[in-house]
Ligand binder design. Sequence first.
Ligand SMILES: NC(=O)c1ccc[n+]([C@@H]2O[C@H](COP(=O)([O-])OP(=O)(O)OC[C@H]3O[C@@H](n4cnc5c(N)ncnc54)[C@H](O)[C@@H]3O)[C@@H](O)[C@H]2O)c1
Ligand SMILES: O=C(O)[C@H](O)[C@H](O)COP(=O)(O)O
Length: 376
Amino acid sequence: MKILADENMPYVEALFADVGEVVRVDGRKLTAEQVIDADVLLVRSVTQVNRQLLALNTQLQFVGSATIGMDHIDQVYLTERNICYTNAPGCNATAVGEYAFIAMLELARRFEQPLKNKTVGIIGAGNTGSALQKCLQAYGVKVLLHDPLLATSDDPRNFVALDELITRCDVISLHVPLTKSGAHPTWYLFDEARLASLRPDCWLLNCCRGEVIDNRALFAIKQLRDDLKLVLDVWEGEPHPMAELVPYVDIATPHIAGYSLEGKARGTFMLYEALMAHLGLTAHKSMDELLPPLWSQQLNPASVPDENALLSLVRLVYDLRDDDLVFRNRFLNHNGFDLMRKNHKHRREFSALRLANHAGSDVDWVLKLGFSGVGL
Ligand SMILES: NC(=O)c1ccc[n+]([C@@H]2O[C@H](COP(=O)([O-])OP(=O)(O)OC[C@H]3O[C@@H](n4cnc5c(N)ncnc54)[C@H](O)[C@@H]3O)[C@@H](O)[C@H]2O)c1
Ligand SMILES: O=C(O)[C@H](O)[C@H](O)COP(=O)(O)O
């Protein structure tokens, strides 16, 4: 069995080598000729899996994408061809939730506006939106949710209309899939009119797909409104972000919000489990065997963190400023965006750090954020 796998997907050999021959490929440049004799295709968000890519292949039986987003997979075509396909829902949700939370703490410090006093609106309350909600609520920040699909499901949470969320929220974080059709399309959800309606001093974060915000309109509005603060991990037209926009973005990264080692390992592992099920085999490997220990696994904090100390604590796990700096220095280089993603040193999630022997303080909320505890 020939397994074609993106070169930037970790742990493929560890999990798939005894299922078949693993061949690594550059997912962005993958051609129909390379796919001709593949039985299994393991991709990331940069590979368009469609009629054109699979034109020469008659034996493909399984496509796995180690991502949450599915906008690069032509699901109708794969169904037509009777090819089994899957993604990895939720694999990097914690990473994205923690990224957005850390980004808010960074803005709070930089602009001297405590996060604790703000109301945060989450648009799209699925896996990544809920992971952010968990962090914010653990820290005691007021959260409003907008998700028209979940609002009409049996989800017990309260949801508000989009316009109400925009009117009431100081911070807005986007967590929707990119869709162009259906009852609630998200393509340019934040167009010129919506951007213009953001509250004074609003912080806008996009960790889902670049095209959910009209980037030209965003650039135009930033010329007029210095009060808006922006965190963009995703960009319209990746891998070529709009160069003029970058200097106006307060935290800018190359689509790596989901790049925790745990998230990446979980993504590959979910595909391993799905392929084994598809082949009728038992998945006997475990994800825990894959992850190395954190450089420092245990910390004995001096006091329960206030917002500044909390930021210092989360920076131990992930210093977002490093990724922002690298992005500004390199995004205009040839192939810069993709190289930053390829060479990204995946961070760890909060759970990799254990807080120990805390002197009788209430650390419950820190644990609820996702840190582990020892002897607390
Ligand atoms: N930056 C990154 O590294 C990164 C990582 C993971 C996911 N993503 C992107 O984020 C998206 C969301 O991920 P997720 O795991 O939360 O997905 P999810 O499917 O768990 O949740 C998405 C939610 O959005 C809701 N939704 C759909 N249309 C909406 C609309 N018009 N308005 C409001 N809500 C709407 C859905 O009902 C769903 O609950 C993915 O599709 C992917 O494109 C980016
Ligand atoms: O949809 C997703 O899961 C994310 O956008 C994911 O982090 C994209 O990363 P990639 O597959 O391009 O490595």
